[in-house]
Design a protein around this ligand. Structure first.
Ligand code: VGL
Length: 201
């Protein structure tokens, strides 16, 4: 079987959107475009996977306990829920990460389903060789995921108009995109993607 494409939607959760505990400025603006991508991949019968940060209350990821970030995406809280405008299909595959209190776990390859399956094994089983990535945040979880995909021999493509960055330092997101490209991943825009995907047979 030839290796096909899949869509990965990274961390579009309330806490990463305006009003949330670690809001990415204008993070919610990508949602309509992400919804269109999700619908397109599903129409073509292609896999769509969603990740979420799913932290315990106490973790070294948080400032309070020695990390870099204000507390966010705590398991079971409103802040950890997917943004209400994100259209997560019924039965859609959701992978959680950041449960280990000792680790940041920015990469989706550190995420697992409720049944403990990790992203790499799911992609293998589905015959995925090319990962299309969108979501939040460009300079952290999107970056780590795209770089990790490359390390694992998967083709990675990042939709530059369907990601948004934290930019703790101005320019962080641009630098992340350059790094992603330098590692061999593709940067592309959502426009025209329909023509690049295989037709449903
Ligand atoms: C993220 C900062 C802290 C992300 C997660 O999802 O990109 N960013 N934790």
């Amino acid at each position: 079987m030839t290796a096909g494409p899949a869509l990965l939607v990274v961390d579009i959760q309330n806490d990463f959107c305006p009003g949330g505990a670690l809001a990415v400025p204008e993070g919610d603006e990508i949602i309509p475009r992400v919804n269109r991508l999700v619908a397109l991949f599903l129409r073509r019968g292609l896999p769509v996977l969603f990740t979420r940060c799913w932290h315990p209350r106490v973790t070294k990821h948080f400032k309070e306990f020695g990390g870099a970030w204000p507390a966010h995406c705590i398991q079971g809280t409103k802040g950890a829920r997917f943004h209400p405008r994100l259209e997560v299909p019924k039965g859609g595959t959701i992978l959680s990460k950041g449960m280990d209190p000792e680790q940041d776990s920015y990469s989706a390859f550190q995420a697992t389903t409720d049944r403990g399956r990790d992203l790499e094994s799911i992609l293998q089983e589905l015959g995925v060789g090319e990962l299309f990535i969108c979501g939040l945040a460009t300079d952290y979880c999107v970056r780590a995921t795209a770089l990790d995909a490359g390390r694992r021999g998967l083709k990675a493509s990042v939709f530059t108009d369907a990601v948004h960055g934290v930019d703790l330092k101005p320019g962080d997101s641009q630098a992340a995109l350059r790094e992603i490209r330098a590692q061999g991943a593709k940067l592309l825009r959502t426009r025209g993607i329909a023509e690049l995907l295989p037709k449903r047979n």
